[in-house]
Design a protein around this ligand. Structure first.
Ligand code: ZN
Length: 425
């Protein structure tokens, strides 16, 4: 299997070249815009599009043969993406251009790249550190994207292909509960405390608030100073989040790879929309909205692919309020959980419990025949079996492998003959 990763390298660009890069990016975007306006809206086939407008693009925009092809490809792929995601196509801005092996090359001997601009093919030295050098060493990249960032710096995003072995199969699962109190808590007890992060995020929010106030009042020079500070601050919190997410995902994937485990996480798609429907305070919304679990999931996804670790997504419903010993839904209050089953009365950390439940769910997905998520509950002389809580995502569902006697009582439990009772997990 092949996996592609991207490494972003800063370019050392002098004034003459920067003008030519700007011109190239401008023409590339203009060509994309023109192609998008002058071809049938539903056309996404590269070959057909090339036949239709290739010559005109070359004449009108002065792009080299391969850059013109890349512009057509950009339009096709963007159209496909918006169709898939059901969005509108955005305007093409002059901030990036795609390169293939014919118009881009990388040289390790002096850490430089050579790319074709509008008129010339130029050699640009890379301004990179040991991290990027380590990744690029011995590589022969075939594609890249030239990027101009918002602050005016130029970067080349080099695509690297890796051969990765197929995902291994395993019955061992490392469950990870993602949350606000602990950013991540694993079924083996590792955790990343969210309190320090929360304090830092609160600090940033407070700082932004004050600076924004000052930037709209105060003297002229203090207003200018505040704007400058705000600008400097703008990327800082995001970089901090990225760093933390990289650290967490790296540790999880390394651990799973060494122990031969799969990783199971909750599928939190759409959780922000769902939780924001409930009436909540502004601070509360900020707390839950500005940790990027999606980013963490993306980091986990690509790191798992590179190490061939299976990544399993499970339904998050009830994972941290269900007792991991008997699967009853118990009382959760902040950082404490108490099981209400009189036979069990288990108390533990709800995040840790969530991670254990997620691991169990991950195992049941990974194991043919299920994990036997059922337990024995007795009330006097009658015996009940508590069935798979997660089967339909809400409370008590049917167990897929056996048919219980349909004789539910007012406790909401399903009665079953004692012979089919499975041992508790
Ligand atoms: Zn219990």
């Amino acid at each position: 299997m092949k996996a592609i990763t991207t490494v972003a390298c800063k370019l050392q660009v002098d004034k003459n070249i920067s003008a030519e890069i700007d011109e190239t990016l401008f023409m590339f975007a203009a060509a994309c815009e023109w192609v998008n306006a002058n071809t049938p809206k539903d056309l996404t086939n590269k070959t057909k599009m090339q036949k239709l407008v290739y010559n005109q693009v070359r004449e009108q925009f002065g792009l080299s043969a391969n850059l013109a092809i890349q512009a057509l490809r950009r339009v096709c792929s963007n159209r496909k993406t918006v169709k898939q995601k059901n969005r509108n196509l955005r305007k093409f801005s002059p901030t990036s251009a795609t390169y293939d092996a014919r118009i881009f090359s990388f040289r390790e001997s002096d850490w430089s790249i050579s790319i074709k601009l509008l008129k010339n093919r130029v050699k640009i030295p890379l301004h990179i550190g040991n991290y990027q050098r380590g990744i690029l060493k011995g590589q022969d990249p075939k594609a890249a994207t030239l990027v101009k960032r918002r602050n005016g710096d130029y970067y080349i995003h080099i695509n690297l292909e890796h051969d990765v072995p197929d995902r291994f199969t395993t019955k061992k699962v490392l469950g990870c509960d993602l949350g606000r109190v602990d950013i991540c808590h694993t079924s083996e007890g590792d955790k990343w405390d969210g309190q320090k992060l929360k304090a830092k995020r609160n600090h940033y929010a407070w700082l932004r608030l004050i600076l924004q106030k000052k930037a709209s009042s105060g003297t002229r020079s203090s207003r200018r100073r505040c704007r400058q500070l705000l600008q400097r601050l703008s990327g800082k919190e995001k970089r901090f989040q990225q760093h933390v997410n990289h650290v967490i995902s790296r540790r999880l994937v390394d651990k799973a790879a060494t122990n031969g485990q799969a990783i199971a996480i909750e599928d939190l798609t759409g959780i922000r929309e769902r939780t924001n429907q409930k009436p909540r305070s502004k601070t509360e919304r900020r707390h839950s909205n500005n940790w990027s679990f999606y980013m963490l999931r993306q980091f986990l996804t690509y790191k798992c692919v590179l190490k061939s670790v299976p990544l399993i997504l499970v339904n998050p419903a009830y994972t941290s309020v269900s007792c991991h010993k008997c699967l009853h839904i118990g009382n959760r209050n902040g950082k404490s959980f108490r099981c209400i089953n009189p036979e069990c009365l288990n108390r533990c950390d709800p995040d840790y419990q969530g991670a254990l439940n997620i691991a169990a769910l991950g195992r049941s997905i990974n194991t043919p025949g299920g994990s036997g998520l059922a337990c024995r509950v007795s009330f006097g002389v009658r015996e009940y079996i508590q069935l798979n809580l997660f089967a339909d995502g809400c409370g008590l569902g049917g167990f897929p492998h056996e048919q219980p006697v349909q004789d539910g009582d007012n406790l909401g439990l399903l009665k079953t003959s004692s012979s089919s009772i499975r041992p508790a997990v």
